[in-house]
Design a protein around this ligand. Structure first.
Ligand SMILES: NC(=O)CC[C@H](N)C(=O)O
Length: 321
């Protein structure tokens, strides 16, 4: 089955989503990281990057917000690039936990592996695996370069966020040491946690995240820079990780109602990837009880439903200018 939609239709759907959702006041800023509690609640942006590199933007699409857990996708991609799909499965896993992103209980239940690189435990393990082992500066460089490759431009560390998160990340410290207890962290635990905290504190825009979503949707070739970032065979692995656990304990509801695999962060960002069609990102700080941006969810769902797009729709989608 083929389906054709125009760029104008996508723009119209995104504009309507923006207008309809803009005034929503549900949810509240994450406050367990003090920096995030003080971000302007009314910020709201949407970006869509098509397979030819065209970008559609509305609202605060150039505002740099804390990437937080969306960065788990980027570093999972780096692990796939450095180690391949099988090693990620063996050393981290690819299972949903069905539990909150920072769950310690999930680690105890799994007991011999952290379950997926897209929850805190697996993301800290992923940071521990980044090569070269033992060299924090070079590992950090690899993490940032990989994000730059995927997004088409560099993220910028928000120092104040990094400090705020480092000063208060007691739960994550417990996770890092519990992983050590199970031999599921593959470099120094404190260094691995610091790299994780730092990557979560990178400032990013919805436009950059839409380009990353589009790079994944475009089988590893960044549609803006035209650079091949990862092997096309890794695309279904990345997309399945995102589809399985991108919204933590609300992932099933999300996929059922939106039809697009997407990953959230407590900074208010959501990044979606629709294979062969587009990357989409939205940002608004107020989040729901699972840590997912309320407005970003509503906006992306609106666009998907309005365009009648769904990863499970079984259609070949072409976009015309
Ligand atoms: N869901 C999130 O975005 C959580 C990320 C945050 N850095 C944490 O570890 O708690």
């Amino acid at each position: 089955m083929n389906k054709t939609i125009s760029v104008a239709q996508i723009k119209e759907a995104a504009q309507e989503a923006y207008e309809q959702v803009k005034g929503n006041t549900e949810g509240k800023n994450a406050d367990y990281i003090p920096y995030l509690a003080n971000i302007d609640k009314s910020l709201f942006g949407i970006s869509i990057c098509l397979m030819d590199g065209q970008i559609i933007q509305f609202g605060d699409s150039e505002y740099k917000f804390g990437i937080e857990s969306v960065s788990k996708v980027h570093t999972a991609v780096l692990i796939l690039r450095q180690y391949g799909a099988q090693k990620l499965l063996e050393q981290i896993g690819a299972d949903a936990t069905g539990l909150p992103f920072n769950s310690i209980f999930a680690i105890l239940l799994e007991n011999d592996h952290p379950s997926t690189p897209l929850v805190n435990a697996g993301a800290i393990t992923a940071c521990s695996m980044v090569k070269p082992i033992g060299n924090s500066d070079k590992k950090w460089k690899a993490i940032v370069e990989n994000i730059t490759d995927l997004c088409g431009s560099a993220p910028q560390l928000i120092d104040e966020l990094y400090k705020s998160e480092s000063d208060t990340n007691f739960n994550n410290r417990s996770i890092a040491w519990l992983l050590k207890n199970y031999n599921r962290i593959y470099d120094d635990p404190s260094m691995s946690l610091d790299l994780y905290t730092r990557q979560c504190s990178l400032g990013i825009t919805t436009t950059q995240l839409s380009v990353c979503g589009a790079t994944i949707a475009n089988k590893g070739t960044n549609p803006v820079t035209k650079k091949q970032i990862f092997d096309a065979s890794l695309t279904p692995k990345i997309t399945s990780l995102i589809a399985t656990v991108g919204f933590y304990e609300h992932t099933g509801d999300w996929l059922y109602t939106s039809g697009i695999p997407a990953k959230t962060g407590v900074g208010g960002g959501v990044m979606g990837t629709l294979p062969g069609v587009f990357g989409i990102a939205a940002f608004a700080p107020p989040i729901d009880n699972a840590g997912n941006s309320v407005k970003a969810q509503l906006a992306i769902k609106y666009i998907m439903n309005k365009l009648n797009l769904n990863i499970f729709g079984g259609e070949q989608v072409s976009i015309i200018n």
